[in-house]
Unconditional design. Structure first.
Length: 317
């Protein structure tokens, strides 16, 4: 069974998606990739791969943060989803073979072993804090669904997961999504698909809740240390020729931490040199030197804005 890879991105992250796709192509022969860009992207192709865009207006309502959850309506029966702010570091084939061989319906998610060990050794307050940070406010979760025990919620990062398409009942998913949007509107919590407050810490909170509350037949499997987090220094000593565990640190995810860019700066981000290598590879293979210049200038603008904000904070402090 061929496992597809969905890469979700938005205009501000298109340069990141270039490097991610180049890294996938460098570590996997003939990958089946679908890109999920902003809805205003013209054409049916992006970065040399087909675009997946639904036509059903109900699915199109899964927008902004929730756009990636459209993968469950996509053409692939089994898939890996990756946010654009990632980079593949090792051979992907063992991971895809694991996804292909899994008994469905299923969801596979990355779990940091160090974080999980701390949670197991901690009291209920630590779990509550982790749920609040990754899934949603426990009190708001219970207010939305009084029958739901917030302790059952998963600590799932939707930027890095794989699944079978039948992991959710799609009609039920859309119905619960509509109820959740009404809940947000009635309580003045703003537009749910652009929010990370309330019962759901964005799309990953909603998916974590839905799997626990409405998908009893779906198996959630945790793969320890599949993705490294870009906020840790552990990958400074990364060895890509270490085959003792082919599923460890297959990719890095810069979620919630400094991201790399075309401009080299010491200490800017973990594995930034690898990112620049893959970004240049994409531009070379596709002859996208005008795009490289634009990415470089955009990156300069981001760095200038960050520097200005830092100076402003220091002066204000």
């Amino acid at each position: 069974m061929t496992v597809a890879i969905y890469v979700s991105t938005m205009r501000s992250d298109y340069r990141l998606a270039k490097a991610l796709i180049a890294s996938i192509e460098a570590h996997l022969r003939s990958p089946r990739i679908y890109v999920i860009p902003d809805d205003d992207h013209p054409g049916d192709e992006m970065f040399g791969h087909p675009v997946w865009r639904p036509t059903d207006p109900r699915i199109l309502e899964l927008d902004r943060y929730y756009k990636k959850l459209r993968v469950f309506w996509g053409p692939a029966e089994r898939f890996v989803h990756m946010d654009a702010d990632q980079l593949v570091l090792r051979d992907l084939q063992p991971y895809l073979e694991r996804v292909a061989a899994a008994e469905g319906p299923f969801v596979m998610a990355n779990r940091r072993s160090s974080t999980w060990q701390k949670l197991q050794a901690s009291d209920d307050s630590a779990l509550r804090g982790a749920i609040a940070a990754m899934t949603g406010d426990p009190a708001a979760l219970v207010a939305f669904d009084p029958s739901f025990d917030w302790r059952r919620a998963h600590l799932l990062n939707s930027g890095e997961f794989s699944a079978s398409r039948d992991a959710i009942d799609r009609d039920t998913f859309l119905a619960v999504f509509a109820q959740a949007r009404q809940f947000y509107a009635e309580r003045g919590l703003g537009n749910m698909t652009g929010s990370r407050i309330g019962p759901f810490m964005g799309d990953q909170g909603f998916l974590s809740y839905f799997l626990a509350a409405h998908a009893p037949g779906t198996r959630v499997e945790w793969l320890d240390d599949l993705y490294a987090w870009g906020g840790r220094e552990e990958l400074i000593h990364y060895r890509d020729d270490d085959s003792t565990d082919p599923l460890k640190w297959v990719a890095i995810h810069w979620a919630g931490c400094p991201r790399p860019g075309p401009i080299p700066l010491p200490g800017r981000a973990v594995c930034a040199a690898q990112w620049r290598r893959d970004h240049r590879r994409y531009c070379l293979v596709h002859g996208d030197w005008s795009g490289y210049l634009k990415d470089f200038l955009d990156d300069a603008g981001i760095l200038a804005w960050q520097a200005g904000s830092l100076v402003k904070r220091r002066l204000g402090g």
